[in-house]
Design a protein around this ligand. Structure first.
Ligand SMILES: Cc1cc2nc3c(=O)[nH]c(=O)nc-3n(C[C@H](O)[C@H](O)[C@H](O)COP(=O)(O)OP(=O)(O)OC[C@H]3O[C@@H](n4cnc5c(N)ncnc54)[C@H](O)[C@@H]3O)c2cc1C
Ligand code: SF4
Length: 328
């Protein structure tokens, strides 16, 4: 690991200025930054510790919605009774993430900015070719094992999956990411790789996530997060689904929100599924038919083709779970 100098930020503006310099990195919970530094993917000269900055760890739920400070710990948000009631998909996504120890340490802002788990990206010594790590160097995954790589949102430059859980719930429920004064919709915050996979987030140099907000809605209150993974805990998603549902007085779908994790280069909003069911009676046939659209436009590889079937089934299960809760 490369040696770095440690700075404790005295204020938000000072942290922004320090972080804007080349080779500086913000330190929050450190659970990802330390990993990346150890495998030499991150090689900061300076680490700017923002964990002592006041006012960035609040959790507020009111009639308008939810506000999570960027330094709120994952475990605190997951266990918050008001979040669990008004935004169950958010609490469930966090509960199903990582391990208890990591959730106690890691923050909301750091969680959103975690980087891909592509094994080739994380092993520079064995795999020098990685466009995301070293622009223009190629992509080792294209000739490698791609079980955990993306089927949606890929480009010739990169097929790595976005690994986080929380972001999938935020994208489904129309969250806003606050960067001090500037605000970005969660659906615009995560960037498709295109020809510049090294640009992963809509963040300018030195910008710091200060909070995340979600509007209150009946679909957020009636929401869920389902996660399939190779083992029952401490594992990233093979496929995950965040869904929120509101029925009208005639029991037709008034609002449906669906996003997918584990299958795309960014947290993936499944708008085709939403459009196919909105305004319709959600019969089992209608739900099944709509869910087949979840992987519309997918480009599978031999190792991850099974997700073409897995993802629509999990979306259907999420919607059926919400319908069952709504009618109970
Ligand atoms: C073994 C293991 C299993 C895991 N499993 C899961 C899982 O199943 N699901 C899941 O979602 N995650 C999982 N994770 C990832 C884990 O959730 C993240 O490591 C954690 O959320 C990162 O938060 P942090 O506060 O520790 O971030 P840090 O490591 O402090 O920071 C992460 C990145 O964000 C930057 N940063 C941090 N805060 C800010 C801010 N406010 N503004 C701007 N930049 C900032 C840092 O510079 C760094 O680049 C796993 C991690 C490990 C090690
Ligand atoms: S898939 Fe992306 S992150 Fe993985 S090796 Fe290729 S360019 Fe790098």
């Amino acid at each position: 690991m490369k040696a770095f100098s440690y700075h404790r930020a005295s204020g938000l503006e000072a942290a922004r200025q320090q972080a804007a310099t080349t080779d500086a990195a913000i330190l929050a919970g450190g659970t990802t930054l330390l990993d990346l530094a150890k495998c030499e993917v991150a090689r900061p000269e300076q680490v700017i510790d923002i964990t002592r900055l006041p006012g960035l760890d609040e959790i507020t739920v009111d009639a308008q919605g939810l506000r999570l400070g960027a330094l709120a710990r994952m475990a605190r948000v997951a266990e918050d009774a008001a979040v669990r009631t008004a935004f169950p998909a958010v609490a469930q996504a966090l509960s199903l993430s990582a391990s208890a120890q990591i959730r106690n340490m890691a923050t909301i802002g750091g969680n959103l900015l975690q980087r891909t788990r592509c094994a080739y990206f994380r092993d520079p010594a064995s795999f020098p070719a990685c466009n995301r790590r070293t622009p223009g160097s190629g992509c080792a995954a294209l000739d490698g094992i791609t079980t955990n790589h993306a089927l949606l949102g890929t480009s010739e430059a990169c097929i790595a999956t976005y690994p986080g859980d929380l972001a999938v719930a935020l994208v489904a429920l129309d969250a806003i990411i606050h960067l001090g004064e500037r605000q970005v919709a969660a659906t615009d915050f995560f960037l498709l790789p295109g020809t510049t996979p090294e640009r992963e987030f809509a963040l300018a140099p030195g910008e710091i996530i200060t909070a995340v907000t979600l509007p209150a809605s009946r679909a957020a209150r009636r929401s869920t997060y389902l996660k399939l993974r190779d083992r029952a805990s401490y594992e990233f998603a093979t496929v995950s689904v965040a869904a929120g549902l509101e029925l009208d007085a005639e029991c037709r779908v008034a609002t449906l929100r669906v996003a997918l994790g584990g299958v795309a280069t960014i947290p993936w909003r499944a708008r085709a599924v939403e459009a196919a069911l909105t305004g319709r009676e959600p019969t089992p046939e209608a739900v099944r038919e709509a869910c087949l659209l979840a992987m519309q436009g997918a480009t599978p590889r031999p190792d991850n083709r099974h997700k073409l079937e897995l993802a629509p089934r999990l979306v259907a299960r999420a919607i059926e779970t919400l319908l069952w809760e709504e009618r109970a």
